[in-house]
Design a protein around this ligand. Sequence first.
Ligand SMILES: Nc1nc2c(ncn2[C@@H]2O[C@H](COP(=O)(O)OP(=O)(O)O)[C@@H](O)[C@H]2O)c(=O)[nH]1
Ligand SMILES: [Mg+2]
Length: 279
Amino acid sequence: MPSSLLTEPPLNPIHESFPVERILKPTDSPPKRSHKVIAVLPAYNAATTLAATLAGFPPGCVDEVLLVDDCSKDNTVQLARDMGLTVIVHDKNKGYGGNQKTCYKYCLDHGADVVVMIHPDYQYDSRVIPHAVGIIELGICDVVLGNRVRSRAETMKCGMPWWKYVSNRGLTAFENLMLGQNLGEFHSGFRVYRRQVLETIPFERNSDDFVFDTQFLVQAIHFGFRLGDVPVPVRYFDEASQINFRRSTKYGLQTLKTVGQYWLNRLGLRKSMLFKPKG
Ligand SMILES: Nc1nc2c(ncn2[C@@H]2O[C@H](COP(=O)(O)OP(=O)(O)O)[C@@H](O)[C@H]2O)c(=O)[nH]1
Ligand SMILES: [Mg+2]
């Protein structure tokens, strides 16, 4: 692990004096990043939104962009190749979780120290990437989630459907309580991870469906990683939000089940492979 990626915030209260000039008029240019940041885009029919998502990335914020295509019916793959992304194509539709498994395996095999996962549907403001990565780099958190929900008024103004808002708030309150966290939401499609999280969590055993995301976070908590969040502006329009009521309900029920599995495992009543260390 490069030394620039701290694991604990430094504690050094002994400073006799500090010239403020060093903050206001720095002479040194900021140190160049010595660790590798890979952004992964789990894609399914993302042709209309891919370029806009990428255009928001601040220059230099990542070292590589990987798009994994889950057998899209549009020309996502051709577009991604034309734009110079690293592209992996599934020969059949594996699902959203299956897509992320391919993303993370690639990141581990290609030396990523920090991984940014962002949906290529232009829903999440990608300008926030370096700020979320910065929280990891400072050693404050191991997992950072983009939080779409701050005030109800703002979230509704962004266009989140009311039933998604209500279920998000309900599930998040329950998960915070049961998992001892204080996150704004658990269901974001913008996440940043430290490499050790991917090395430790047996994510290959997770579902290939949407509940992969919940399982991943509950596993991160089980293995003792620190979770936090940053506010991220969000946009709602047809292409950015296609999960319907039926699939969302299934996801909600599976999320409750995952929290149940966590507690059964923790109490030793029923061990789950989700929480068994790798290997
Ligand atoms: N890999 C894969 N991804 C999918 C599939 N269906 C939807 N997605 C992706 O899942 C993500 C979340 O779906 P979305 O409709 O944006 O949900 P919402 O924004 O939470 O309402 C998007 O990035 C979609 O591209 C699928 O069959 N396979
Ligand atoms: Mg979306």
